[in-house]
Design a protein. Structure first.
Length: 85
């Protein structure tokens, strides 16, 4: 069983089509995923059908996936990172 510390992090690095890598806090990534799901009803993830609100769907995506199929030739991926000084 994986150690839960593997899933703890300060930020997410987000990779997206035609954009430089970006760093987001967990809340910022949740909001990004929520907005994407609301603006693109054609994006469907079968496992998300059990959730009623876009926020629940976004949190589940953020915490259980690392990429989302956003269409042919496009991508959205995110990975937990810890930034140390």
């Amino acid at each position: 069983m994986p150690d839960s510390i593997m899933y703890q992090g300060d930020y997410f690095v987000v990779l997206e089509t035609d954009r430089d890598e970006q760093f987001h806090t967990p809340d910022e990534l949740r909001d990004k995923l929520k907005a994407l799901l609301e603006s693109r009803p054609d994006i469907r993830v079968r496992e998300l059908e059990r959730f009623s609100s876009p926020e629940e769907k976004a949190v589940h995506l953020r915490d259980n996936y690392c990429e989302l199929d956003v269409g042919e030739g496009e991508y959205l991926q995110w990975y937990v990172v810890r930034l140390e000084k």
